[in-house]
Design a protein around this ligand. Structure first.
Ligand code: HEC
Ligand code: HEC
Length: 475
């Protein structure tokens, strides 16, 4: 058990308190109640029309069936109290527009959708991301992203809205800055209207206050991940601004993140063949919907049994949401260079947009309390978040730096641990070579391929909208 996990356990009573409050809030929220009524997640699935019960191609034991039922259905993502606008459909429409807007980048050519391509399951098919420069991490899918607890491979963000702000300013990604973003919202009348409807009036950006310096055209704070702060004119411009102006700009920037999060919350995929299969499972181990093939079922048995995948890839996201060092091979060989969770915690603690920060709508929520209580430890070095396996068949290549090209390669890795780095006694306890036979490997891959559905039901979510002020879109 990592220190972090132990802390989670300590924080459980607090989290439960938060849950009770959350449940009460939902209970009295007519919007939330209305939202629950029309579409039950059972009626929405596109696979698995019920038929007469048929026996499974490979019989599963009662124990296996019990574990299988913990993997589906996915259900609705949890609410994020730190973003009070997350369920707001106008905010989602604004975020939808921003997601596809290349003006959020310094060269006016890159949008979020450049790397999170809706037609590539909101990933990019590359080993590591490429935009203004070449990144060091693989682009994750955004389908079902609102179910995550920590964001990015190292979990350096504790909310989706805080995460959304990073690529906009990252020099290798979109290379823009928060003042330019505030100016974009202010200067584009549909954006301005949409923003003000959701978040209230924009602050003045152009007025020259008597005695006070003017807000520059472009500015952003010194980067959190760079020690050497020399030679960064944007940072100098930022540090030259009045604190009040910096705070106002930060607030607009945070709200842009909150709108982007409201859109991303709608990006769901919960109707995979596996979901259809679990939906039709009856107690006696027969199924009324889309039975899986013998090979897929053998793969499922291995997954929840002998191969031990379920130890980390568990729950309806097929992820424990935690961080492990599985020694995935280093890109290009050599010693591991990516500190993973170790640096993730350091960055989280410094981030003014974290759940406990002043731009959060619930700085005392259990989410925030858990983040504040995190204690870093050397065993976090080289650990990455267990990725969700939903949609995994469509999001090659794999691992945090895309170092494994196919699902076959991933299963081969778990079978032999060949090329594994850093397997000290702690990680060795987590993983041992599985020495799988060829047919077991084929079965595991066949099972992993049952975890992709057809994506968001509303196809409008997959393309740029006509602007931030059109009809409101549901999921
Ligand atoms: C240059 C390509 C690129 C662009 C542009 C980009 N992203 Fe990403 N995105 C990535 C990569 C790579 C990661 C993983 C980063 C890491 O782990 O350090 C990521 C991670 C994420 C995550 C976390 C997903 C998870 O499972 O934790 C979200 C959410 C996200 N991006 C949303 C956005 C939004 C919103 C935008 C636009 C404002 C955007 N991205 C722009 C490449 C990109
Ligand atoms: C000890 C926890 C643990 C166990 C056990 C485990 N995994 Fe993983 N898995 C991870 C972590 C952590 C990563 C990401 C590692 C990285 O990027 O460095 C990962 C990555 C993956 C990926 C790549 C996904 C992507 O989007 O890049 C697949 C596929 C996968 N695991 C499948 C499996 C299968 C199949 C098994 C059982 C044979 C298994 N895992 C067992 C923790 C685990």
């Amino acid at each position: 058990m990592t220190k972090e996990l132990r802390l989670h356990l300590l924080a459980l009573p607090l989290a439960l308190m938060g849950l009770v409050v959350g449940v009460l809030l939902i209970w009295f929220d007519p919007v939330a109640i209305a939202k629950q009524q029309p579409t039950s997640s059972i009626a929405r699935g596109s696979v698995g029309t019920p038929g007469p019960p048929v026996p499974l191609a490979v019989a599963l034991t009662a124990d296996e069936l019990e574990v299988v039922r913990t993997l589906a259905p996915l259900g609705d993502p949890p609410d994020d109290p730190t973003n009070q606008h997350e369920g707001n459909s106008l905010a989602a429409r604004l975020g939808h527009s921003l997601f596809f807007d290349t003006r959020l980048s310094s060269n006016n050519a890159i949008s979020c959708a450049t790397c999170h391509d809706p037609h590539m399951r909101f990933a990019d098919g590359r080993d590591t991301a490429r935009a203004l420069g070449v990144g060091t991490r693989n682009t994750p899918t955004l389908l079902n992203v609102a179910h995550q607890r920590w964001f990015t491979w190292d979990g350096r963000d504790d909310s989706m809205w805080a995460q959304a702000l990073e690529p906009i300013e990252a020099p290798l990604e979109m290379g823009s800055n928060r003042v330019a973003v505030a100016r974009l919202i202010q200067g584009d009348s549909p954006y301005r209207t949409a923003y003000e409807r959701v978040f209230g009036p924009l602050p003045p950006l152009d007025q020259n206050r008597i005695g006070g310096p003017r807000i520059p055209e472009a500015a952003r704070p010194p980067r959190l991940d760079v020690v050497d702060m020399n030679d960064d004119p944007l940072a100098d411009a930022w540090l030259g601004m009045r604190e009040l102006d910096r705070d106002r700009i930060d607030r607009v920037f945070a709200n842009v993140g909150k709108a982007l999060a409201a859109y991303q919350r709608l990006l769901r995929d919960d109707d995979s063949p596996f979901d259809g299969f679990v939906r039709g499972l009856s107690k006696d181990g027969t199924t009324t919907t889309s039975p899986l093939s013998a090979s897929e079922l053998e793969g499922l048995r291995l997954f929840v049994g002998k191969a031990g995948c379920i130890r980390c890839h568990n729950g309806p996201m097929f992820s424990d949401g935690e961080f492990h060092n599985i020694g995935a091979p280093v890109p290009g060989g050599g010693p591991p260079r990516d500190p993973g969770r170790y640096e993730g915690i350091q960055l989280l603690k410094k981030n003014p947009f974290r759940a406990a920060g002043r731009f959060s709508d619930a700085p005392e929520s259990s989410r925030a309390v858990i983040s504040e209580a995190l204690v870093n430890s050397p065993e976090n070095w080289g650990a990455f978040r267990t990725p969700s396996l939903r949609n995994v068949a469509g999001t090659a290549p794999y691992m945090h730096a895309g170092q494994l090209a196919t699902l076959e390669d991933v299963v081969e890795f778990y079978s032999t641990l060949k090329g594994a780095t850093q397997l000290d006694h702690h990680q060795a306890a987590l993983l041992e070579p599985l020495n799988l036979t060829q047919s077991e490997k084929d079965d595991l891959v066949a099972f992993l391929r049952t975890l992709s559905g057809s994506g968001p039901r509303n196809e409008e979510l997959l393309r740029a909208p006509s602007g931030p002020l059109g009809p409101v879109l549901g999921q």
